[in-house]
Design a protein around this ligand. Structure first.
Ligand code: SME
Length: 157
């Protein structure tokens, strides 16, 4: 795998379609989870330029900050708290078009306006989440959910 990502312009689907095989190639043959999470966060941030892209991992009874790209963020999140803790509790993806309308949303950055959080599932158990924040309202939809789920499926958890 070349060290440089091929970044493309186009529709959201076109961008994901170009990125997907590149992320797969980046992860192939590497089984270190932190290294792989770091490269996934970097690749998504580079292609899409979202405000914040990163992971939290379940450690005991909390989510703990893991590899990310973007401004500094809160370190620990309890189950059920904020969008991340809720996604963990429900073991499902949450798409939030306007973070101000999500009860209990944790504002790590005032610039964040919309958000998507996907659970990382291992043997049906949530072991972490992928959190993506955008500076625009209503950035994420089912297309993001579907492609991000495909990307998470490349991770050997
Ligand atoms: N907004 C998230 C917290 C994490 S930061 O956005 C990086 C939440 O409500 O869970």
């Amino acid at each position: 795998m070349a060290e440089d990502l091929l970044l493309i312009e186009g529709t959201k689907e076109e961008q994901y379609q170009a990125l997907l095989p590149q992320i797969e190639a980046l992860l192939t043959g590497e089984e270190d989870l932190i290294a792989n999470l770091a490269n996934v966060a970097a690749a998504l941030k580079q292609q899409f330029g979202w405000l914040w892209v990163g992971f939290y991992l379940v450690k005991k009874d909390e989510l703990v900050l893991a590899p990310f790209q973007g401004p500094v963020a809160c370190t620990r999140i309890k189950k059920g708290r904020g969008v991340c803790g809720k996604s963990w509790e429900l073991a499902s993806t949450l798409i939030v078009p306007d973070v101000e309308k999500f009860p209990g949303h944790i504002a790590c950055s005032n610039l964040s306006k919309s958000e998507i959080v996907l659970p990382l599932l291992k043997d049906k158990e949530v072991v972490g989440v992928l959190d993506v924040d955008s500076e625009q309202l209503d950035t994420f939809d089912i297309i993001d959910q579907q492609y991000l789920e495909k990307i998470l499926a490349f991770l050997a958890l």
